[in-house]
Design a protein around this ligand. Structure first.
Ligand code: HXC
Length: 518
């Protein structure tokens, strides 16, 4: 064969691979409102940056006449490219080829780029759209999944791992995304479940639709399995790009600082009035966040789940920073099981990737009740405590209003190695709220009084208690609070605190790993 013929053959093979499962299946993919695996890669990466690996790989199965059906690439596109000039490794499952189902070789392709990402210290992005284990391959497919899971586990905390779910993701296949740092689901076309509606009906008798069982709404608001719900695939891909702005390439690097045109000493007089006179009245914590961060830009994480705690990313002087904040506007900002789990995972995610953490506190305590107790609020609350106490990134805490009891300790208190702890003059840092305290301390006395006398007496005692304890100065007296700051200066004070902490070094004792209360 002449050289030119050889080159022509290469071009022909490339064209063949680019078509995946063929025009008809591509059209069917488009008809479902979905993009193809290659289109997704092109939309995500910097133009022209994609380098594909293993385009000529085909499966090795001979079962069910599979030896008569080979498609170049075998159903997954893998390789690397750049996002904003930074190298990322990527795989994108191709539903047009055997329904994107995972074969032995399909898994090997994914493993290869995961290994490369670990070697060079670059993020891994997986785009999922697959019918799961390739049925014709049997246990080889299961083994393939397990190879990927093992790599997900080893990469955890070493390089950022982001999963987009743009189609089916069912059975054991869900465990790869679940092991990654960020899961994004497209609203109309994706679903995730361990067991689908049919088997659910057979085994439990429950009749439920695909969406109600494992759609994007369910997983972003009820289960917490997914972190972002994207209106469509374009938005999902945009979220991946945005996410990487706040993360380093790997755990040995810091997130990248960008230029900042927002004045560092910008004050906001509105913050002096944001806390209502009535301590039981809510306010919007996100207004505080928007006010103090660069350019009012806050990229919320897990927005629809456990809304009583806010998690997300922003920048201070262009430095990517994580924010954890109680939300008085939702369940009074109480810490419950879901809020504890959400924030604990977020704190560990940020700590793993050297993202400093700002904590804004207004927490009335842990949610009381048998339901929470029986479902293990003790263990789940301990997760958040563990996460904060273990974190070695710079930690700045500002207490805006309530900070009661165990929840006070948990929310990045001084004793959990909070580096700089500020409070607003409106802060109430105490063992519990006035009402509860009076009930405990004066219970016997109140029981002996008439209802009118009891109400009057209780009010007096509550006023006394508030006077003595519902302020930041008791904590400040002991140095648990480093300074009481004027709310309008918060941006500047937080910024300066983080700037001083830039070269902070903190260590945990050597150990194999801790035993976080999972
Ligand atoms: C082989 C598969 C396949 C699979 C789909 N296809 N899933 N081939 N193995 N797992 C093929 C179909 O035969 C079909 O081929 C093509 O892909 C498109 O599939 P359709 O069914 O036509 O598409 P659609 O109607 O959109 O339905 C998509 C689907 C459905 C809901 C995903 O295909 C489906 O239910 N597939 C099986 C899902 C499943 O049970 N997987 C195993 C889960 S257990 P043709 O040639 O006809 O176009 C699992 C264990 C993992 O994954 C364990 C890890 C530890």
């Amino acid at each position: 064969m002449a050289n030119q013929e050889k080159i022509d053959l290469l071009i022909k093979k490339r064209e063949e691979a680019a078509l995946g499962g063929g025009i008809k299946r591509i059209e069917s993919q488009h008809a479902k409102g979905k993009f193809t695996a290659r289109e997704r890669i092109d939309m995500l990466l910097d133009e022209g940056s994609f380098e594909e690996y293993d385009m000529f790989v085909t499966h090795r199965s001979t079962n069910f006449n599979m030896d008569k059906s080979h498609i170049l690439g075998d159903g997954v596109i893998t390789g690397h490219g750049t996002i904003d000039g930074r190298v990322v490794y990527i795989y994108s499952q191709d539903f047009t080829v055997f329904g994107g189902s995972l074969s032995e070789t399909f898994a090997l392709k994914i493993c290869k780029i995961m290994d490369m990402a670990m070697k060079v210290g670059a993020p891994i992005i997986g785009i999922n759209d697959s019918g799961g284990a390739r049925i014709q391959e049997g246990v080889n497919s299961l083994a393939g999944y397990a190879e990927i899971f093992q790599r997900n586990i080893m990469a955890s905390g070493v390089v950022p791992q982001i999963s987009a779910i743009f189609g089916p993701c069912a059975g054991g296949a869900v465990y790869s995304p679940a092991l990654t740092d960020v899961v994004i689901m497209s609203e109309k076309s994706s679903y995730m479940f361990v067991t689908g509606p049919k088997v659910t009906k057979t085994v439990t008798g429950e009749d439920i639709s695909i969406d109600d069982l494992g759609g994007a709404d369910v997983h972003t608001s009820k289960s917490g399995v997914a972190h972002y719900k994207a209106e469509d695939e374009e938005e999902g891909l945009m979220i991946i790009r945005k996410m990487l702005e706040y993360l380093p390439n790997n755990n040995m690097e810091d997130p990248i600082q960008t230029s900042c045109s927002d004045p560092l000493d910008r004050i906001d007089d509105g913050l002096n009035d944001i806390i209502p006179e009535n301590p039981n009245q809510p306010y919007e914590m996100k207004e505080v966040i928007w006010s103090i961060v660069d350019d009012n830009e806050f990229f919320e994480f897990q927005r629809h789940y456990a809304k009583n705690i806010i998690t997300g990313f922003a920048k201070f002087n262009g430095v990517p920073t994580a924010i954890v904040a109680n939300q008085p506007n939702y369940l009074a900002g109480v810490l419950d099981i879901n809020a504890s789990r959400k924030a604990a995972r977020f704190v560990r995610f940020c700590d793993a990737f050297n993202v400093p953490i700002l904590t804004l506190v207004d927490v009335p305590g842990f949610l009381p009740g048998s339901r929470q107790e029986h479902e293990g609020i003790i263990t789940h609350g301990a997760k958040l405590m563990y996460a904060y106490g273990e974190a070695t990134v710079p930690k700045v805490t500002v207490t805006l209003r309530k900070s009661y009891g165990g929840a006070h300790d948990v929310m990045s208190s001084k004793q959990l190695r909070g580096d700089v702890n500020y409070a607003w003059p409106t802060a109430e840092i105490a063992v519990m709220g006035a009402k509860g305290a009076v009930e405990v301390l004066e219970g016997k006395k109140l029981a002996g009084l008439s209802p009118d006398e009891a109400a009057k007496y209780a009010q007096e005692k509550e006023d006394d208690y508030k006077e003595q304890f519902a302020n930041p100065y008791n904590a400040a007296r002991y140095g648990y609070i480093d300074d009481v700051i004027e709310p309008r200066n918060t941006r500047f004070r937080v910024l300066r605190a983080f700037r001083t902490l830039t070269n902070k070094k903190d260590m945990n004792p050597p150990k194999k790993h801790g035993n976080i209360p999972l």
